[in-house]
Design a protein around this ligand. Structure first.
Ligand SMILES: [Zn+2]
Length: 220
């Protein structure tokens, strides 16, 4: 259930006072049954059920009465919808596109922007709405920049890792690097050993004395 504002002076107003009872009721009903954008989906059959059989109303008379001295109802969509501009003025006061509810109201009405009766109502907001949209775009831009920065950061990290790996294997495209084996020395020269002969018990070699085929592949 939506709660709406009501005007305590409503029934004192010349316009409402002058309406026949059934249309007074219909006018009040429209304020309750229209959507948040002041648009009523015209359905007199249902309206009649709610108003009661002793309050007969019809579309033609309603428009004549409601629009007698000013356009209180703007007929849209070939009569399928009625727009009540005063509803907006009354419920929301000064429309402000930065207000989320107001913005959704304005968007609901945008589809009728080509209607000569609606256009002048909306045009003051178009500029402000454009401004709000640009702001959104700026936000998107910020997000994109953030993403790019993250990508760059990631790339940097990857490159660092790559370099780290290259250092370990003695340079990209170069030979793999061997490191001194703790506590072991070459069996030929007693220099720190970097290579243990496969299958030979306790045969450690330094970079210089390791087998030729090992030297081909590794740096010490
Ligand atoms: Zn040696």
């Amino acid at each position: 259930m939506a709660k709406r504002m009501t005007d305590t002076d409503k029934y004192k107003k010349r316009f409402v006072r002058g309406l026949p009872g059934a249309y007074k009721l219909l006018w009040d009903y429209l304020y309750h049954d229209c959507n948040h954008a002041g648009i009523w989906h015209v359905d007199f059959e249902i309206a009649q059920i709610y108003l009661g059989a002793d309050m007969p109303v019809d579309s033609k008379t309603a428009l004549e009465l409601f629009n007698a001295d000013e356009e209180r109802v703007i007929v849209l969509d070939e009569g399928r919808k009625w727009f009540i501009p005063k509803f907006l003025e009354f419920q929301y006061g000064q429309m402000n596109p930065r207000n989320r509810v107001h913005l959704s109201v304005l968007k609901a009405l945008m589809v009728f922007i080509e209607n000569p009766a609606v256009k002048p109502l909306l045009s003051p907001f178009l500029g402000a709405m454009q401004g709000a949209k640009d702001k959104d775009k700026d936000k998107d831009k910020d997000k994109e920049q953030e993403k790019e920065e993250r990508e760059r950061e990631k790339e940097k990290l990857n490159k660092e890792k790559e370099r780290e790996r290259e250092k370990k294997i003695g340079g990209s495209g170069g030979k793999l690097r061997l490191f001194p084996i703790p506590g072991k020395s070459c069996c030929k020269c007693r220099m720190p050993a970097v290579y243990k002969a496969v299958g030979e018990f306790n045969h450690y070699y330094c970079g210089e004395h390791m087998p030729a085929q090992v030297k081909e592949k590794y740096d010490a």
